[in-house]
Design a protein around this ligand. Structure first.
Ligand SMILES: C[S@@+](CC[C@H](N)C(=O)[O-])C[C@H]1O[C@@H](n2cnc3c(N)ncnc32)[C@H](O)[C@@H]1O
Length: 233
């Protein structure tokens, strides 16, 4: 389990995200999550890759029971302070690339909020998501839009490298890349994959219900949102 980059930058991450008022989350990510949740109330929602836990508090009004899972012990420590002993929220440490430490068919909704671009593979995650979701359960996926580096890639091909994107490559190539992240304070590893790869990773167990792409600057894609329903047929 390589938790290094998240344990190392946990404090910087928490300073930037805070209670989720930071622009990317408050204007582009959370509105998609809340749109996908709709006006319903759920028995159990799990926030996979919960980070500093800002979303756990916001899920309070949507669910009876909330679980936050992450592999970074430093981020889980921060999340523990943020949820302030709310008994309906539990925190669980596990490596989500390998397993989701929840029992079979125990969740109504899984939210993978800015997690999957950090998982080298999605096969076990997809299978585990189907295992822990109840019949007709919802899987919400939010990631950096796989096209968010395309403009920089084009600039690089034209001989003007953008120092923000340390490694770029062909849109269709699945690979590990590096970019300046966390408001320019860290270099993080992430795993690029095209949109078709995100979707097809889940189609053995899920049906795609909604897809959203949004932009931060009015032109370049920034966030990709996917809403899947467990295929119980
Ligand atoms: C970009 S942060 C997102 C955190 C939070 N969901 C948010 O949107 O603020 C990525 C999170 O995924 C977690 N993560 C990355 N790889 C993981 C893995 N293999 N297992 C569990 N958590 C992982 C990190 O520890 C970190 O909290």
């Amino acid at each position: 389990m390589n938790t290094n980059q998240w344990d190392k930058y946990a404090k910087i991450f928490d300073q930037g995200i805070g209670d989720g008022k930071e622009k990317l989350h408050s204007q582009y990510i959370d509105p998609l999550i809340f749109k996908y949740l709709g006006k319903k109330h759920y028995g159990h929602i799990a926030d996979l890759g919960c980070g500093n836990g800002y979303l756990l508090n916001r899920l309070d009004k949507y669910s009876e029971k909330i679980s936050g899972l992450d592999y970074s012990k430093n981020l889980l420590k921060i999340a523990k302070n943020r949820i302030k002993n709310k008994t309906k929220i539990s925190l669980i440490q596990c490596d989500l690339e390998k397993e989701i430490l929840l029992t079979n068919e125990s969740c109504n909704v899984l939210i993978a909020n800015m997690l999957l671009q950090y998982l080298p593979t999605l096969e076990a995650f997809s299978k585990e998501s189907a295992r822990v979701l109840k019949k007709d359960g919802i899987l919400i996926v939010i990631v950096d839009h796989p096209g968010h580096a395309l403009f920089s890639r084009a600039q690089e091909l034209a001989g003007k490298k953008d120092p923000h994107f340390i490694t770029t490559g062909c849109y269709f190539k699945k690979e590990k890349r590096l970019k300046k992240s966390l408001w320019g304070k860290a270099v993080l590893e992430y795993y690029h994959r095209p949109i078709s790869s995100y979707i097809s990773s889940f189609l053995s167990y899920f049906k795609l219900e909604l897809i959203d792409e949004n932009t931060q600057d009015g032109e370049m894609p920034r966030i990709l949102g996917l809403k899947f329903i467990k295929d119980s047929s």
